[in-house]
Design a protein around this ligand. Sequence first.
Ligand code: ADP
Ligand code: ZN
Length: 601
Amino acid sequence: MSAKALEILKTVYGYDAFRGPQARIVEHLIAGNNAFVLMPTGGGKSLCYQIPAIARPGMGLIVSPLLALMADQVSALRQAGVKAAALNSDLPPEERRDLWEAIETGGLDLLYVAPETLLRGGVLERLGRARLSLIAIDEAHCLSQWGHDFRPSYRQLDILARAFPTTPRMALTATADAPTRGEILAHLGIAEADAFIAGFDRPNIRYAIAEKDNPRAQLKEFLRRHEGESGIVYCLSKRKTDETAAWLRAEGYDALAYHAGMDKAEKEANQLRFQHGEAVVMVATIAFGMGIDKPDVRFVAHLDLPGSLEAYYQETGRAGRDGLPSDTLMLYGHEDIALRSRFIEESDAPEQRKRTERQKLDSLLGLAETAGCRRQVLLSYFGDHCEPCGNCDTCLEPPQLFDGTIAAQKALSCIYRTGERFGQAYVVDVLLGVENDRIAQFGHDKISTFGIGTEHDGRLWRAILRQLIALRLVEVDHAGHGGLSIAPAGREFLRDKPDLMLRVPPPRRARRGKVAGSSPQQSAVPEADRALFQSLRQKRMEIARLQNVPPYVIFHDKTLIELAAARPGSRSEMADIPGVGEAKLDRYGPAFLSVIAKHAE
Ligand code: ADP
Ligand code: ZN
């Protein structure tokens, strides 16, 4: 390992060692090679380009899709004493002039720029006069036309290889799928041999998926474990987003909304409040996504089924970027499956595309209904694997299984006898022998399957039907009314009658009384250190407010937790704490040391 890289790691960032593939990547770039880096969110991609950019002579050019992301990175780098800036079209003329002067005279370590600005007339030519240490294209999946974040100007970045043929190029992304990966390599002219692919696991994220039962009560119970923390609550519609945010505010939470129906200024203001706050709950549609660079998002809840397994992975992945324990909860019900199916069937996409979308939905349902480790299902989808993780709901409380052979047969024949066109609620009523007008009107109170399922309650029957859907024995009607029909595999099942184990939904938790488990954040801070941790947090907020920056650019929670545990008494002791580099030690050492000293009195 280059001594210079290690020295930068320690003096600038305050870290002692590289993590995972970072060391190899940094070395590879310092030696002047290209690189493609695929690493999950929170894996530490930024250091992979920042350290080589600083170590090599010249200035690193970083292409980034969003102003908010750039501003955040620049402010974090400046706090650490690095000469970083963002070139954007809104700069006032004199600032712009000064910035170009710094660029051309070698006064900068890192320059962030959006692709549109970079491609504007004259910018590349002017940059040609500066000495570039490397070019990094962050969020490189934006160049993929199939991805969710496609940005046309990213497609034009292939010009960089021709404009700067001798400058090392790197592309970074956390987007996992193979076609996107291939597209990036081909488009930016980076060789397969230069690809660094880390695993996809996010071990600090806890996964939990539950049946939508009483969603508001379920959300409240989940949020109760996260008092004083920031997180995201995803909803499918704008209306539900607004309503949920209003309800949470009435419940005393500092909740904000974010969706595409809001005007730009309001969205930006809410995003800024989220970034700068320590206990803000953002209720959002998927419009709230890529710009989130907040490392201390402690929880992500889904009140509706996400669009796909990738979307679930990306959205939950916004939690715990700082590596501290983080919590997720996804709620879903049968109506979500019907709605998602309708989205697919009603779109004008070609049949080929629809088939892919159906498979994606099936994979997501497979995750939702698995009796095994969620992480194993999630990782296997990306071609990665792990042992049963011990940090998901099914590992922590293994679901109870029962022999569902008979139940499945009864459900399938009830669907068959009622003509394969009714939805879940109706089928369950017939199984339970409920007497109502609708059933009487269709004469289904006279059929052989009426009332054959009274040994189970409605909740268990709903769970059974969802599992039959996830197992592809039952299909949800594609016209979108949620009608259930028997899939080819369901017909085979009725013929062969193989054994089938199904899971029993976990018991409903008591609504009142003690909440099971403590919040992951609280368990990351030992009881004895909590008071000091809170005082350090307060100090950090004071400093952040004065400078109008998010608190985490001063110090991450992880660093405050370490400070609260080690309680350094001097500058040199404080220098040993991970995350305390030289510039921050100079600027903030005295303030935090005095909080610690006062606490000891
Ligand atoms: P990504 O861009 O891949 O999502 P970041 O670059 O934001 O990840 O890094 C995630 C977190 O990990 C940050 O808090 C960063 O300071 C921390 N980190 C990165 N590399 C190291 C390291 N070698 N040692 C300790 N912490 C690290
Ligand atoms: Zn698990």
